[in-house]
Design a protein around this ligand. Structure first.
Ligand code: SF4
Length: 256
């Protein structure tokens, strides 16, 4: 029997399941959505920063440090005591503290229990008593009783980290080696998109890059006042804020 030639059927060609490419977005829509880089650049545009600084000058022309003090030494102690405490509370305890121990040499000899009793209401009083006594001893032993005038020296004093050192240098000596970043400056710099850092140190570096050095001292005082009076942490009073039109914060409570 002649062999029958079996013809194999060709397998059907599978259709591609890949979805058809979407039509490209209209050029207009793409242009309306600025990239993150572009919006960050706009946030830090010199004109915008100048407008914010102008607004702060107008709202707080005479902003000064709220800690009562007569000397750089008193300011150093008051600033150490102000950690996790209000300036009002610190101002209640410092008159008696400085009456008893008016200069570093006196406080260097103070009994720790006496210091603790005097500053008890400022919180963390045991650590703070050790810090102010340690600061007094360092000032006497290493700096001849004078408060140093450089950041590098000041941050070696017990209890004086970068923020405290910046406060003392700026307020007592008018020296701006950095920007004071307390809780208000940290929060508001981020709300105003002037900084993105997740620590006071990072925010300070960002502010130092974008603010003119002759505004470093005033900026902190003004923003601290703004944070106490208007740009409050939980419920900012945006309807009373003269920076409202410059602010794009997600937690704004009012939009003009
Ligand atoms: S608009 Fe509101 S969130 Fe923005 S800076 Fe002013 S008070 Fe703060």
């Amino acid at each position: 029997m002649a062999a029958t030639k079996v013809l194999k059927k060709k397998a059907p060609v599978k259709k591609s399941v890949r979805p058809a490419a979407k039509p490209s977005q209209p050029a207009q829509r793409i242009a309306a959505r600025p990239s993150k880089t572009a919006s960050a650049r706009a946030d830090l545009a010199p004109d915008r920063i100048a407008a914010i600084l102008r607004g702060l000058d107008e709202a707080y022309p005479n902003a000064v440090c709220a800690l009562d003090h007569k000397t750089p030494w008193e300011l150093l102690v008051a600033t150490i005591l102000s950690a996790q405490c209000t300036d009002v509370r610190v101002n209640l305890v410092t008159p008696e503290l400085f009456r008893r121990f008016p200069i570093p040499a006196a406080m260097a000899q103070a009994p720790i229990p006496d210091l603790e009793d005097l500053i008890r209401t400022t919180g963390f009083f045991r650590n703070k008593a050790k810090s102010i006594k340690g600061a007094a001893q360092a000032i006497v032993e290493r700096f001849h009783g004078e408060i140093p005038r450089t950041l590098a020296e000041l941050i070696t004093v017990p209890g004086a980290a970068r923020k405290t050192a910046n406060v003392v240098l700026g307020v007592s000596y008018g020296l701006a080696e950095g920007v004071v970043v307390d809780t208000h400056v940290f929060r508001i710099s981020r709300r105003l998109s002037l900084a993105k850092g997740d620590s006071p140190e990072k925010v300070e570096q960002e502010l130092m890059r974008i603010l003119p050095p002759n505004k470093w001292i005033d900026f902190s005082h003004q923003v601290i006042h703004h944070g106490r009076q208007v740009c409050i942490a939980r419920n900012p009073r945006c309807n009373a804020c003269n920076l409202e039109q410059l602010c794009h914060s997600a937690d704004k409570t009012w939009h003009s």
